[in-house]
Ligand binder design. Structure first.
Ligand SMILES: Nc1ncnc2c1ncn2[C@@H]1O[C@H](COP(=O)(O)OP(=O)(O)OP(=O)(O)O)[C@@H](O)[C@H]1O
Length: 359
């Protein structure tokens, strides 16, 4: 469990400290108060770019001097808490540094301590938006099963850009060059394909054990972009050279993957389900992911404006599942009322103007 969370010059928080935290933590306040900023700060205690995928330089308090700093104590069952911290410095506003127990460390090392999962309003369009968002969603979740997944995805993308550049060049590309680039794409793309397939299988086996009511249970299918193994990718790239050169881009590979999501009971694609059903399916995926991510690590769930958007029955079911999940939960809302049933057991802060007051 995270405790003694401090935000220094982070977004609109000049100096905010949250201590005596609980399993359930509620941040309530008006729009623009700085609630999501607290969740974003927590999300930076994990590898990656945080829940807004924003540039680090944008996170420093406007008009402030120096970088930002985020710190927290991670309680241990036996022994002293582990001190986790991440910060930027004035000279390098886009480079983040990490300290664990005071010693310089890496963002990847944070992932060995904490398993962070989040659901934010920005994800509401996940099923209806571009496939690239769903691929990124799969890749972020796949990190829970293979910490190297992100690096394979990045290196595949880099090789893909290089192949596309060669294909769109006026001169015909040398086949030796294509051989070398395709070898890179196969090495990393093969891992991306395997990682996404394993993720979807693992999520589905967890979702299958969830009650089908009151949440809409989603059925997830990984739909590879033409190739479902490294060997098939290798062959498809080789066979597709002439076709891809005519198209001036690579037409098959994991950059064309899809994540198909269907409302399991109604057999309706998630993209055609109601807003509330889509939210409920996202909640189910988030809970399944949180459970698989937390194995051997402390699970932290960040739910931004989720509770108020569910009807009372689903909200009660959400709280029940959260309680059973074992994760530390951070939720935001503009009012306390939707949290009435759990507020008595929760740590509650009123957030306003970039500061937080314990209620
Ligand atoms: N780098 C920054 N420095 C200062 N303020 C910032 C910075 N980045 C964002 N803000 C401010 O933070 C506020 C938004 O905070 P946040 O998104 O946490 O609000 P919220 O409480 O979650 O609100 P809502 O209920 O509307 O989602 C905005 O007023 C925004 O201008």
């Amino acid at each position: 469990m995270l405790d003694r969370i401090s935000l220094t010059r982070f977004r609109n928080h000049a100096a905010t400290e949250l201590s005596e935290t609980s399993r359930f933590n509620l941040l309530v306040g008006e729009n623009g108060a700085g609630k999501t900023n607290v969740l974003e700060a927590l999300s930076l205690l994990a590898p990656g770019r945080g829940l807004r995928r924003a540039a680090l330089a944008d996170m420093v308090l406007h008009d402030g001097t120096g970088g930002f700093a985020i710190g927290s104590d991670l309680a241990q069952e036996d022994g002293d808490p582990v001190r986790l911290g991440t910060y930027t410095e004035n000279e390098h506003p886009n480079r983040r540094k990490v300290r664990i127990n005071g010693a310089e460390s890496t963002a990847a090392a944070l992932g060995e301590w904490l398993a962070l999962t989040w659901l934010t309003p920005a994800m509401d369009g996940l099923f209806t938006g571009p496939a690239a968002d769903r691929r990124r969603f799969m890749d972020r979740m796949a990190l829970a099963l293979d910490p190297a997944h992100a690096s394979h995805a990045t290196r595949y993308e880099a090789a893909l850009r290089e192949r596309n550049r060669l294909l769109s060049d006026d001169r015909a590309p040398e086949s030796a060059w294509l051989d070398a680039i395709e070898a890179q794409m196969v090495e990393h793309g093969g891992r991306v394909i395997a990682g996404r397939a394993l993720l979807v299988d693992t999520l589905m086996s967890r979702i299958a054990h969830m009650p089908s009511e009151p949440f809409a249970r989603p059925a997830l299918t990984y739909a590879p972009g033409g190739t479902d193994t490294a060997e098939a990718l290798s062959q498809a790239l080789y066979d597709g050279r002439a076709r891809d050169r005519a198209a001036q881009r690579t037409l098959s590979g994991p950059h064309r993957d899809e994540l198909d999501v269907v409302h399991a009971a109604k057999r309706v694609p998630a993209a055609q389900s109601s807003t509330g059903e889509q939210k409920a399916m996202l909640v189910a995926i988030t809970l399944a992911h949180a459970a698989l991510a937390a194995q051997g690590r402390s699970g932290i769930l960040l739910l931004d404006e989720v509770a108020a958007h569910l009807d009372p029955v689903r909200r009660a079911a959400l709280f029940e599942q959260l309680a059973a999940s074992g994760a530390q939960v951070w939720m935001t809302g503009t009012e306390l009322a939707p949290f009435d049933s759990i507020a008595g057991d929760a740590a509650v802060w009123k957030v306003s103007g970039g500061s937080a007051r314990r209620l």
